[in-house]
Design a protein around this ligand. Structure first.
Ligand code: UDX
Length: 444
C-alpha cells in the first residue's frame, strides 16, 4: 500500500488514480479545474470511459480516493506523484509542455518530503531531465526526489481494462532504485516490467504509437492499391494478420486514425527527428497517407454526385473511434470540413459525441437518431463504426435517401448485401459490388 498523488484528471490521470486506489493504495487526484474537481468529488465523471464510474464510486466510498485542487493537500503524504497533464501538439507538431511545466513548478513548490515523480503523460525524449530541473529549482529548500518516465498505453474506450491488463510496464530513470520502487506499485498486475533509462522509456511510448499508426497507414496504402486493382483489403488484412509476425490488430483499413494520441505522437516524433538532423520520411508518409484516407471520402462522393453544392450528405459517427465521446482529431471533423467547403449540406448523428462536437463544427445539423441523418440525403458516409450502425434497417435507410450512395469509411457493411438493397456502395479498399444498381432505375 502506498500514498499516490496524480496531477491531472483527464482520461489518463483519472483512470490511473482510480485504478491504483482499486489496488489498495491511498490516492489523491488533483486538477486546477475547480468545477471538474467539484463534480468528481460527487462521483460525476467528465469523460465517457466504460467501467470507470464504478471504480471511482467504489474507491470514493472506500475512502481510498480523494480529489482536490490544492497541491499542499495532494502532496502532503505523497510517496509517488504522477504527472498526467495534457501535452497537446504545437504548430510544428512539437509537444506543448506548458501544462507539464506548471505542474512541475507547483510540485516543486509544495513538496515537503522525499517522493518519486512519475511522468505518465507522453513527453518528448529528454523531458524527464527537464522536469527534474524545474522541480529542483522550484523547491523552497533542497529535498531528495527522483523522476521516473512511466508512459501509459491506455486506449480510450478500454482504458480501465488496459490498466488492469497491461502488456508491459515501462519505467525509466537515472535513479535505478527509484525505478525499482516504482515497479513495486505495479507488482499486483503481474505484467512484464521493463526498467531502463529515462530517454529510452520515453522513446518506447513514441515508437509504439508510431508503429501502430504505421500499421494503419500501411493497410490504408494497400487499400488504395486494392481499389484500383480489384482486390479486397478486408481479406488481404485477414491473410496478412494470421502471420504471427504481422498480427491481426491495427490492420483495419478506413478513414484512418484520429484521437488525442496517434496524430500528436507521430507528429511529435517526426518533429524531434527533423530538428535533430534526421530525415523521418517514413513518419512523414504515415502522416500523409492518413490525411489522404480522409480525402478519399470526398473523391468517392464527388465521383458519384458531381458538384456537391446543394447536395445533402448524412454522416454517421463523429467520435474518433467507437465507445468514446472524444472527437479530438476525429476523421469526421476533417471530412465534414472538406464536404462543406464544396458546398454540401451536412446532417450528422453520433451516439455519444455530438455534445462535444457541437462546439467544433459549424453549419451542420445534429440529428437525434441515425435515420434522420439519412433522410433525403444524396450520400450517407459511415465514419465511426459504432455497433448500433451495424444493426440499422438499411432497406429503410436506402428508401429514405434522395440518392442511394453509401460510402463505408470503416468497411462496416457487406458490399454485396448493400448492392442487393439498391445502394451504390463504396468501401475503403474494396471492389465495387456487382451488379451495380442502374442509374436509370434509381432516377425513376
Ligand atoms: C492509442 C494506443 O492504442 C494506446 O496504446 C495509447 O496509449 C494511446 O493511443 P487510442 O488513441 O485511444 O489509443 O485509440 P486506438 O484504439 O489505438 O485507435 C486510434 C485510432 O486508430 C482510431 O481513430 C481508430 O479508428 C484508428 N484505427 C485503429 C484504424 O483506423 N485502424 C485500425 O486497425 C485500428
Amino acid at each position: 500500500m502506498a500514498n499516490v498523488s496524480v496531477v491531472g484528471t483527464g482520461y489518463v490521470g483519472l483512470v490511473t488514480g482510480a485504478c491504483f486506489a482499486d489496488l489498495g493504495n491511498y490516492v489523491i487526484c488533483l486538477d486546477i479545474d475547480q468545477a471538474k474537481i467539484a463534480r468528481l468529488q460527487l462521483g460525476h465523471l467528465p469523460i465517457y470511459e466504460p467501467g470507470l464510474e464504478e471504480v471511482v464510486a467504489r474507491n470514493l466510498a472506500g475512502g481510498r480516493l480523494r480529489f482536490t485542487t490544492l497541491y499542499e493537500e495532494a502532496l502532503a503524504e505523497a510517496q509517488f506523484i504522477f504527472i498526467a497533464v495534457n501535452t497537446p501538439s504545437g504548430p510544428e507538431g512539437e509537444a506543448d509542455m506548458s501544462d507539464v511545466r506548471r505542474a512541475a513548478e507547483s510540485i516543486g513548490r509544495s513538496l515537503r518530503s522525499p517522493a518519486i515523480v512519475l511522468n505518465k503523460s507522453t513527453m518528448p525524449i529528454g523531458a524527464g531531465d527537464w522536469v527534474a530541473g524545474i522541480i529542483a529549482r522550484s523547491l523552497p529548500e533542497p529535498l531528495p526526489f527522483a523522476v521516473v518516465s512511466n508512459p501509459e498505453f491506455l486506449r480510450e474506450g478500454s482504458a480501465v481494462h488496459d490498466f488492469f491488463n497491461p502488456d508491459r510496464i515501462v519505467l525509466g530513470s537515472t535513479d535505478p532504485e527509484a525505478a525499482e520502487r516504482a515497479a513495486e506499485l505495479y507488482k499486483p498486475l503481474k505484467a512484464p516490467i521493463i526498467v531502463t533509462d529515462l530517454r529510452t522509456a520515453e522513446m518506447v511510448k513514441y515508437a509504439s504509437n508510431a508503429f501502430l499508426a504505421t500499421k494503419i497507414s500501411f493497410i490504408n496504402e494497400i487499400a488504395s492499391i486494392c481499389e484500383r486493382l480489384g482486390a479486397d483489403v478486408k481479406d488481404v488484412a485477414l491473410g496478412m494478420g494470421l502471420d504471427k509476425r504481422i498480427g491481426r490488430a491495427f490492420l483495419e483499413a478506413g478513414v484512418g486514425y484520429g484521437g488525442s494520441c496517434f496524430p500528436k505522437d507521430v507528429k511529435a516524433l517526426e518533429y524531434m527527428g527533423a530538428v535533430n538532423g534526421c530525415h523521418p520520411q517514413l513518419l512523414r508518409a504515415v502522416i500523409e497517407i492518413n490525411r489522404d484516407a480522409r480525402r478519399s471520402v470526398l473523391q468517392k462522393v464527388r465521383a458519384e454526385l458531381g458538384r456537391l453544392d446543394e447536395k445533402l450528405i448524412g454522416i454517421l459517427g463523429l467520435s474518433f473511434k467507437p465507445n468514446t465521446d472524444d472527437v479530438r482529431e476525429a476523421p469526421a471533423l476533417e471530412i465534414i470540413h472538406l464536404l462543406r467547403t464544396e458546398g454540401a449540406r451536412i446532417r450528422v448523428y453520433d451516439p455519444a459525441a455530438s455534445a462535444r462536437a457541437v462546439e467544433m463544427v459549424r453549419g451542420v445539423e445534429f440529428c437525434a437518431e441515425p435515420y434522420a441523418a439519412a433522410e433525403g440525403a444524396h450520400a450517407l458516409v459511415l465514419v465511426t463504426e459504432w455497433n448500433e450502425f451495424k444493426q440499422l434497417d438499411m432497406d429503410r435507410v436506402r428508401r429514405s435517401m434522395a440518392f442511394p450512395l453509401l460510402v463505408d469509411g470503416r468497411n462496416l457493411y457487406d458490399p454485396q448485401e448493400m448492392a442487393r438493397l439498391g445502394f451504390i456502395y463504396r468501401g475503403m479498399g474494396r471492389p465495387a459490388p456487382a451488379p451495380e444498381p442502374s442509374r436509370a432505375a434509381i432516377a425513376e
